[in-house]
Ligand binder design. Structure first.
Ligand code: FA5
Length: 338
């Protein structure tokens, strides 16, 4: 039996010394020390050795095991180092070679401008609310003082889904939805997509609007002016002037169209402002008492203002873009500039 162990040990040494690769060493490890390995088999049969010889026999087996393990470890390390050196020599990395260019995406200019505007209004205490893009005729028109067949509906070229359902034409549709579910005081902005059957250099069928409204006791037109002035100054700079022009919206009374001094010529007159020195930026007004009635508010108790702006239009003014259709042509040369 002892001779057996000795010859296993010698055979293992010979084979290990002859090995030419890490793989061969790993195979020898399995052959001698693996679960079904030659030496492991001997260790397992230790139980069948007479009691008096078992101790000595075990010691010799253990010695043989340690010997083979050490020898395998030594050769393993030698081959590992050799293989690493080979890799280092054949696969040299030139760290000075320019890296691969991985293009990184960016936010669309509409999203960037929308995010900036939302940040300004939330810093003024406005909450963000959303409404559905596929909207009931009631919220888009009727609740905003535009009953069926009202001529003011023609101001917006509507995509009708059925007699009672439309693609919302403006974010004003969110006003009554919010009022029905909340009690004043309200300070709300409602950003989102809107749709109109309309297309030229300043109009597209899908665009973004941001509605803002404030409802409480004793809200006046000067609150509207104050809020809009802060907003315009934050987006276009403190030198920008505001002008309120009388206008008409069925859901506000009085209504106004708000212009800002031309961001290109600073009011001197240029072809962007068509030599007027002014650029139209948004519609606004004091919420019509009829809208409060539709929402279930007492118009004697509450007053409020509302305003609505086109986000692409604000982006056009901010960046001096002269054709709104550029926003949605997916031309990377255009989009990469923002
Ligand atoms: C409205 O939509 C009103 N709901 C705004 C409002 C809200 C007034 C609250 C009073 C109180 P108007 O139809 O003018 O208004 O549209 C508002 C803005 O949307 C316009 O100033 C313009 O910037 C933008 N806009 C309108 N139509 C288009 C279009 N087809 N493409 C791109 N922008 C548009």
């Amino acid at each position: 039996m002892l001779n057996d162990i000795l010859s296993i040990k010698n055979l293992a040494r010979e084979e290990i010394e002859k090995a030419e690769s890490l793989k061969e060493i790993q195979d020898l490890k399995v052959k001698y020390l693996g679960k079904k390995g030659i030496l492991t088999g001997k260790i397992k049969s230790l139980g069948s050795i007479p009691q008096e010889d078992r101790r000595e026999y075990g010691r010799i087996l253990n010695e043989a095991k340690i010997y083979i393990e050490d020898l395998l470890g030594k050769y393993e390390e030698t081959f590992n180092t050799a293989e690493l050196n080979k890799i280092l020599q054949t696969q040299r990395i030139d760290v000075t070679v320019p890296g691969c260019y991985i293009p990184i995406g960016r936010l669309h200019p509409t999203t960037q401008v929308l995010d900036e505007i939302i940040k300004i209004f939330t810093s003024l205490g406005f909450n963000v609310e959303e409404g559905p893009e596929i909207e009931l005729d009631f919220y888009n028109f009727e609740a905003l003082n535009m009953p069926k067949n009202h001529p003011a509906r023609d101001m917006q070229d509507t995509f009708y889904i059925s007699d009672d359902v439309v693609l919302r034409t403006h974010t004003s549709s969110v006003q009554v939805r919010v009022m029905q579910n909340n009690v004043p005081p309200l300070r709300v902005i409602a950003p989102g997509k809107v749709y109109r059957c309309d297309a030229d250099v300043t109009h597209i069928p899908m665009f973004h609007q941001l509605e803002g409204f404030m409802v409480d006791k004793n809200i006046t037109m000067s609150d509207l002016k104050g809020v809009l002035e802060v907003f315009i100054h934050m987006v276009f700079g403190v030198d920008t002037k505001l002008r309120f022009r009388p206008s008409f919206f069925p859901f506000t009374e009085p209504s106004a169209e708000i212009d800002i001094s031309c961001v290109i010529c600073k009011g001197a007159g240029c072809n962007v402002c068509k030599n007027t020195g002014w650029l139209e930026i948004l519609g606004a007004g004091m919420i019509n008492p009829r809208v409060f009635e539709m929402a279930g508010y007492d118009p004697e108790e509450y007053t409020g203002f509302a305003f609505g702006m086109g986000i692409e239009r604000v982006a056009m003014l901010k960046y001096g873009i002269d054709d709104i259709r550029l926003f949605y042509e997916n031309d990377k040369r255009f989009l990469e500039q923002f």
